[in-house]
Structure formats: structure tokens, C-alpha cells
Design a protein around this ligand. Structure first.
Ligand code: AMP
Ligand code: ZN
Length: 113
């Protein structure tokens, strides 16, 4: 997608603090961190949201969560962390390219606002 911020990060057209890359996905630090550790895991394929996946994306979705788990270990989040997916308007999604937030190194509140 030409106008997608995260596609531009994938293509290297916009800088980001990349912490992981493979054929299918990248992970990078969130520009506006909501916790001492806050990074995003995204597919390289432009998928708008979790509302835009089907059976064909099953392996990719599992891959993204495994990356989240591995990077959380690398970041030393042994006390735990939160994985968030904001989906659509009610979910508070602001960038229309599927992404998982991983937040750690502070106690998270529940329920979310
Ligand atoms: P969401 O509200 O779930 O769609 O999350 C979008 C996230 O992308 C927010 O946490 C933003 O801080 C983050 N974000 C926006 N622009 C950038 C950027 N250029 N680099 C890194 N993170 C970004
Ligand atoms: Zn995109």
C-alpha cells in the first residue's frame, strides 16, 4: 500500500528502530512508548487489521505471536508483558496495517480504558 506508514517503514522509506526482521515480519520500537519496553510486531504483507484475516493467514498470525514471545524474552520481560491488538475504530486502531503491541517493564492496568 503506497500510503501506509508501516509499509513505508518496511521499505525503509521512513526510519524506525528495527529490532527484528525476517522474510515475513519486522519488529520495531514504538515511536510513542506507553511503557519502558514498547515495540510492535507487524507482517511485511499489508493486512489492514485482525478483521481482515482468514484461514490463509493462520500460520502468519502464529508466526507474529512467536516473534513477540521471543523478543519479549530477549528484552528481559521475565516478569510478564502485555500483547495488544487494536482493531478498527472501537478498538482504537490508528495505523491501518496489522500490528501487535508488546508492552513491558511496568505493571499494566486492567481493564483498559
Ligand atoms: P494503534 O493505535 O494500535 O494503531 O497503534 C499505532 C502505533 O504506531 C502507536 O502506538 C504509535 O505510537 C505507533 N507509531 C506511529 N508512527 C510510528 C513510527 N513512525 N514509528 C514507530 N511507531 C509509530
Ligand atoms: Zn501497510
Amino acid at each position: 500500500m503506497d500510503n501506509c506508514l508501516f509499509c513505508k517503514i518496511i521499505k525503509g522509506e521512513i526510519p524506525a528502530n528495527l529490532i527484528y526482521e525476517d522474510d515475513l515480519a519486522i519488529a520495531f520500537e514504538d515511536i510513542n512508548p506507553q511503557a519502558p519496553v514498547h515495540f510492535l510486531v507487524i507482517p511485511k504483507e499489508h493486512i489492514v487489521s485482525l478483521d481482515n484475516v482468514d484461514e490463509n493467514k493462520k500460520l502468519l498470525l502464529g508466526h507474529l505471536l512467536l516473534i513477540a514471545s521471543k523478543l519479549a524474552k530477549e528484552k528481559g520481560l521475565e516478569e510478564g508483558y502485555r500483547v495488544v491488538n487494536n482493531c478498527g475504530i472501537d478498538g482504537g486502531q490508528t495505523v491501518d496495517h496489522l500490528h501487535f503491541h508488546i508492552l513491558g517493564k511496568r505493571k499494566m492496568l486492567w481493564p483498559p480504558g
